[in-house]
Design a protein around this ligand. Structure first.
Ligand code: G3P
Ligand code: CA
Length: 268
């Protein structure tokens, strides 16, 4: 990305490793993020939940049911309790094709541990999940970013992106740290009804939109781009769909297959 003013302006399609290299390793584990980095992801995608004692942890669901060997809401676990859980074995059972004994008993990482592991060596695409359920999720996130020097002026623009389905959460972050680049996520329903006016409003606080790819077409991409927004649809695992989206002018895609370019090469 030499000579780019911002990572976001890259001419190549940005590959956002959705929950890490989650097609090949248990989502939201350090192993999954490391693999995404090795496979050349432009961004590591991280969903955030918060423990009972206020630690930010990487997990998609607000319960531990699907991705660990226990049950219950994340917010009912202290970090110490959460750390006892096995966040890898479910993958071996669900996806035997990529099962690996090394995945057994992997732990749920905290955002702190993720920053300790990768520092400034990767680009982060971080989602505030269920922000209405958690108090001070945004300030906890910003203080951790600050502690790891990720808010410094010297940090490349776009190195850290914060995404959310919640406009409120994004506006809160924008007020606290206007220099951070934000992404408004949209459900299928929201993306379908988005108009010029919607994009104009989003551009007050965000630099990109992340719509469900199933709801968008060329006209959507044009309207969003005309409003100055980048378009990063989620979650696209079919190389042909990616090619079409690229032709429409999207700037990046969330994918579970970090090596999607190899798949793309086969269809081109
Ligand atoms: O953050 C983009 C995409 O990941 C949104 O969907 O449910 O996978 O977090 P979800
Ligand atoms: Ca996400």
């Amino acid at each position: 990305h030499i000579n780019q003013t911002s990572l976001l302006e890259s001419e190549d399609l940005l590959i956002i490793a959705h929950r890490g290299a989650s097609a090949y390793a248990p989502e939201h584990t350090l192993v999954s993020y490391k693999l995404a980095k090795e496979l050349g992801a432009d961004y590591i995608e991280i969903d955030l939940q918060m423990t009972k004692d206020g630690h930010l942890v990487a997990m998609h669901d607000d319960t531990v049911d699907r991705t660990t060997n226990s049950e219950g809401k994340v917010s009912n676990f202290t970090l110490a309790e959460l750390k006892k859980l096995d966040a890898g074995s479910w993958f071996n059972e669900e996806l035997p094709e990529y099962a690996n004994p090394d995945f057994e008993n992997l732990k749920v990482p905290t955002l702190r541990e993720i920053f300790e592991e990768f520092g400034h060596d990767v680009n982060y695409y971080i989602e505030t999940k269920n922000p209405d359920q958690y108090t001070n999720m945004e300030s906890a996130l910003l203080s951790l970013l600050d502690e790891f020097g990720l808010l410094d002026e010297t940090v490349e623009p776009g190195k850290v992106l914060i995404q959310s389905f919640s406009e409120k959460s994004l506006r809160t972050i924008h007020e606290m740290e206007p220099s951070l680049s934000l992404v408004q996520l949209q459900t299928q329903k929201e993306a379908k009804k988005a108009t010029k006016k919607t994009f104009k409003k989003i551009s007050e606080y965000a630099v990109a939109v992340g719509p469900n790819y199933k709801a968008i077409d060329e006209d959507y991409v044009k309207k969003a781009t005309d409003a100055g927004l980048h378009v990063h649809p989620f979650t696209v695992d079919d190389p042909q769909e990616i090619e079409q989206l690229e032709n429409w002018g999207v700037a990046g895609v969330f994918t579970n297959y970090t090596d999607i370019y190899e798949k793309l090469a086969k269809v081109r």
